[in-house]
Ligand binder design. Structure first.
Ligand SMILES: Cc1cc2nc3c(=O)[nH]c(=O)nc-3n(C[C@H](O)[C@H](O)[C@H](O)COP(=O)(O)OP(=O)(O)OC[C@H]3O[C@@H](n4cnc5c(N)ncnc54)[C@H](O)[C@@H]3O)c2cc1C
Ligand SMILES: NC(=O)C1=CN([C@@H]2O[C@H](COP(=O)(O)OP(=O)(O)OC[C@H]3O[C@@H](n4cnc5c(N)ncnc54)[C@H](O)[C@@H]3O)[C@@H](O)[C@H]2O)C=CC1
Length: 444
């Protein structure tokens, strides 16, 4: 029997805890989290703020009670302040100021990520906020009720920024969306597709300011405006959404970290450079099958799988992570986009002789009434022909198609192999000469 201490119990930590408690009850599990809630689905923040769902109640799927019922010791609202890796001891501070110390045989770090704070004036003004925690969602929602807040600047047109800008607009606020790059969602899609999302956002009333650098947030105590290298805009609230950094303050002096992100470097078992310490979720690296190399990709999906992998390995069942493709999706004012692997730009920057094939067609034969156009782009390596990434966009629900590309990247399928893959046809769903086959056949 081992004593396992888990620091952080959001998505990665919950998956790890459940896997341990359900499959290996012989081990002792002690859990710490500094937050007062567990397993908040951040994806629900925009849905709730935009009133696409009425309440945040369904956005949690785990709790202290459930872990305790499975015999774990759970310290919530208790922040781990120090880890003695030599003596294998964790020290934590409770809400009332008292200290708890626990020894461990195996330690799991699941401390996640933190929103990046830009180094500009005004970030501490009232009505400036990030949207990471449930508490942030509650605060943002309360601000939506405030009639003096009429306009909001969202900084960062990545996944959070685009979703929040839509949500604020849906709640009747004037939404401005800023990004240093020339399109929204530039980390996930090529400009050929993001320009459609940009048009979609503008058409629906979000005012885009792309290719603009935010220089300061203005105001005395409360936000009154935002200044960029192109102008000054009068706004009552600012949401910061310019990405996450791994939260590694507890272990970065002892454990090996990776590159600029400084995430804990882990192997395919989620083991760090200290064999008694595992790291999972947003605080750890992933193995990218597209790059065939280590990478940092903060996603709940990666977090959950890494928690499962770590738990089995700690308990003695040796399993390896499959690696990831960073598959992702978004739906804004009814326009759906999904992607996996590398964009053309990311593949080129990584040193591949990257090539792309694209196709656009109706989802179903033209004689079918309910029908929308679908765009697809497949990125591949011009030398090995290996598929490196795929992107699809449509008013149709095209989400399931991207999973096949995720598996294709994982399994090193070539663009030429895809040309003759068996894809079924039924007019209700698709076309005999479907866009996946046609994009593959058109590849140079
Ligand atoms: C608004 C929003 C929408 C998102 N939408 C999606 C989506 O649709 N799909 C998707 O895949 N991903 C999405 N994500 C990303 C996803 O939420 C993260 O990738 C995921 O939360 C990572 O889980 P984690 O458990 O690794 O880390 P975190 O969620 O960051 O959790 C870390 C935990 O560790 C605790 N902790 C940290 N330090 C300490 C300490 N010293 N002592 C004790 N406890 C500590 C924290 O309190 C926290 O509970 C979204 C994120 C946000 C903010
Ligand atoms: N649907 C999904 O799968 C979702 C996933 N997430 C994940 O959560 C994490 C955090 O999301 P985001 O914060 O949206 O990060 P992101 O990486 O998606 O986007 C950050 C954006 O900020 C921009 N940016 C960076 N610095 C800037 C600056 N100084 N000024 C203006 N713009 C700047 C970048 O160009 C980029 O467009 C990501 O890993 C994301 O994938 C979040 C929401 C939804």
């Amino acid at each position: 029997m081992s004593k396992i201490v888990l620091v952080g119990v959001n998505h990665a930590g919950t998956a790890c805890a459940n896997t341990l408690l359900d499959n290996y009850p012989e081990h002792e599990l002690v859990i710490f989290d500094r937050n007062n809630n567990i397993s908040y689905l951040g994806c629900g923040t925009a849905l709730w703020i935009g009133r696409q769902i009425e309440s945040p109640d369904g956005l949690f799927y785990a709790s202290k009670d459930v872990f305790e019922a499975k015999n774990a010791t759970v310290h919530i609202e208790t922040e781990v302040t120090h880890i003695d890796f030599k003596e294998k001891k964790v020290t934590a501070k409770k809400k009332d100021g008292s200290e708890v110390t626990e020894s461990y045989d195996k330690l799991v770090l699941a401390t996640g990520s933190l929103p990046i704070q830009p180094k500009i004036d005004g970030v501490n003004l009232e009505n400036v906020q990030s949207v990471k925690l449930f508490q942030d969602a509650v605060a943002a929602n309360a601000r939506m009720e405030d009639p003096t807040i009429k306009s909001v600047a969202v900084v960062g047109a990545g996944y959070i920024g685009v979703e929040i800008a839509e949500a604020m607009h849906r709640r009747g606020k004037k939404a401005y969306l800023f990004d240093v790059r020339d399109t929204s969602l530039c980390g996930y899609y090529d400009p050929e597709l993001t320009k459609d999302m940009d048009d979609n956002l503008q058409k629906n009333g979000v005012e885009l300011h792309l290719g603009e650098s935010v220089l300061s947030i203005d105001g005395e105590t409360k936000v009154t405006g935002i200044t960029t290298d192109k102008g000054t805009y009068s706004v009552d609230m600012v949401v910061l959404a310019i990405g996450f950094v791994p939260n590694t303050s507890l272990g970065r002096d002892h454990l090996k970290t990776f590159g600029k992100s400084a995430a804990y470097l882990v192997d395919r078992h989620q083991q760090t450079s200290d064999s008694d310490v595992y790291a999972i979720g947003d605080c750890a690296t992933v193995f990218s099958n597209a790059l065939q190399d280590t990478a940092y990709i903060a996603l709940a999906t990666n977090a959950v799988r890494s928690g499962i992998v770590a738990a089995h390995n700690i308990a003695g069942t040796v399993i390896e992570s499959n690696g990831v493709q960073g598959s992702n999706g978004i739906s804004i004012f009814g326009y759906n986009m999904v992607s996996t692997g590398l964009t053309l730009r990311a593949a080129t920057e990584a040193g591949f002789k990257a090539m792309v094939t694209e196709f656009e067609d109706l989802q179903r034969p033209a004689f079918m009434k309910e029908n929308h156009s679908v765009k697809i782009r497949i990125v591949y390596d011009g030398e090995t022909r290996r598929i490196l990434g795929a992107q699809m966009a449509s008013y149709e629900d095209i989400s399931m198609g991207i999973h096949m590309f995720s598996l294709a990247i994982e399994q090193k399928v070539t663009i030429d192999h895809l040309k003759l893959v068996d894809i079924f046809f039924l007019p209700h769903f698709n076309q005999p000469y479907n866009y996946i086959t046609m994009a593959a056949i058109s590849a140079k």
